[in-house]
Design a protein around this ligand. Structure first.
Ligand code: ASP
Length: 429
């Protein structure tokens, strides 16, 4: 009997070792704060040293879970019998590390999604601005240093425009409109002047703005003569009882509101005119511009403006002006603005679903946004990305294309300076 028991114990131990241990406790975001405040618990960050150097929880030691000397390093760094809590960027990696440490005899807690959770309550931010200037294949821009510099400068300028409005006491909608007007007036981007062409060689624009404090929204779709479609979207939100106006009706409404109207050709640039002449050529411009803001009152606003997809059929409307598809804001979760192949963004209700995962599943913003872009959307067909900010000022900017023109700027509570970064391809600077 005893032999049998011993055998079983050996088997269980072998199984546990093979599974990387299963006895450790896993805690989710809700209990996370309590664990990291407990001085008797040693915090172990199992990300790479490079990740650790970029920021970590105060007092944590770094033990790279991929280092082949992980166990030896752990013996040196952690006093025998210690209670430890491990965290990483993903739950899987911290569970691996927790299993190894448990086998070594430590009392282990696995902080599932711990680093992201910590990021979630790390800073109280006065305000946050996140922008995008479209996603897609950015290889040719990245290779051309002059062109890349133009985009970096434009992204910096867009962030500066928003920051100026907020610093002067302006609120989210005002700042979102100012940022999007900047993009709409800049021919580098597929919104307003510089918009891509429809199959008919004309310019048909979509835009939307939404406020998280009351879920109020306004949008225009398929408009051809409104210089700044985001202004018309805002007018729909504030001066009509409706949410979305399309085509001629939207244009009549904009005229009634005294908004600036232009001939359709105003939106053309030498580049787009070239396409009009040679509609059959391969080159294409998609894009879209967007801006999401957490303002100093803690309110969220999202705005998106676009010329749509290259060679779209007459009357085609993309995701940008559809509340919940390309644009969404809810003070209980986050503000989202999307860019990409609009048909997929509409089908997957992308902007809404990021907020839904955040709100109903309790996922950190970065996790929710990453899931929708990299798992839910088919990255071949639903190519693109999004920018988002949550009610606590956390930022996400995932994309599944080779790049996305993007950037953020925020100001932490109690500080005077701002922090900002912009990017085109993989990195940010
Ligand atoms: N989402 C836009 C549309 O489908 C285009 C884009 O962002 O590239 O209209």
């Amino acid at each position: 009997m005893n032999t049998f028991r011993n055998l079983a114990a050996v088997l269980v131990a072998a199984l546990l070792a093979a599974c990387g241990g299963t006895g450790f406790k896993t805690v989710k975001v809700e209990q996370f704060k309590e664990v990291i405040k407990d001085p008797s618990i040693m915090l172990v960050d199992v990300r790479t040293p490079a990740e650790f150097a970029q920021g970590h929880i105060d007092g944590a030691v770094n033990l790279d879970v991929w280092d082949s000397l992980f166990v030896e390093n752990a013996v040196k760094a952690i006093p025998a019998g210690s209670k430890v809590a491990v965290y990483c960027k993903s739950g899987k990696r911290s569970a691996d590390a927790a299993g190894k440490l448990e086998e070594m005899g430590f009392d282990v807690i696995n902080l599932d999604g711990g680093f992201l959770a910590w990021n979630d309550f790390r800073h109280k931010r006065d305000y946050v601005i996140v922008v995008h200037g479209g996603a897609g294949n950015v290889a040719s821009v990245e290779k051309d240093s002059l062109k890349a510099a133009q985009y970096y400068a434009a992204l910096d300028s867009a962030l500066a425009v928003g920051s100026k409005v907020l610093e002067a006491g302006g609120k989210g909608p005002e700042a979102v409109i100012a940022v999007i007007n900047y993009f709409e007036n800049n021919p580098l981007f597929n919104a307003g002047r510089g918009a891509t062409i429809s199959d008919a060689g004309t310019f048909e624009l979509d835009a939307c703005i939404m406020e998280g404090k009351d879920l109020s929204a306004g949008a225009v779709a398929g408009v051809t003569n409104i210089k700044n479609p985001i202004n018309a979207a805002y007018a729909v939100k504030t001066k009509s009882e409706h949410v979305l106006f399309a085509g001629k009706g939207a244009e009549t409404f904009a005229a009634e509101q005294g908004l600036e109207l232009v001939d359709n050709i105003y939106f053309a640039t030498p580049k787009t005119m070239h396409w009009v002449e040679e509609l059959k050529q391969k080159s294409k411009k998609n894009g879209t511009v967007g801006c999401v803001i957490l303002d100093t009152d803690g309110n969220l606003t999202a705005g998106t403006s676009t010329g749509g997809m290259f060679r779209k059929k007459w009357g085609r409307i993309g995701d940008a002006p559809i509340v919940g598809a390309g644009t969404y804001a809810d003070n209980n979760s986050c503000a989202v603005s999307c860019t990409g192949h609009g048909e997929y963004y509409i089908r997957h209700a992308v902007a809404f679903n990021v907020g839904a995962r955040y709100k109903y599943l309790g996922e950190p913003l970065e996790v929710a946004a990453d899931y929708i872009i990299n798992t839910e959307l088919n990255s071949e067909a639903g190519n693109g990305g999004l920018v988002a900010v949550d009610k606590d000022g956390n930022i996400a900017m995932p994309f599944n294309s080779t790049g996305m023109y993007r950037g953020y700027l925020y100001k932490n509570e109690g500080t005077t300076g701002t922090v900002s970064k912009v990017g085109i391809g993989a990195g940010l600077k």
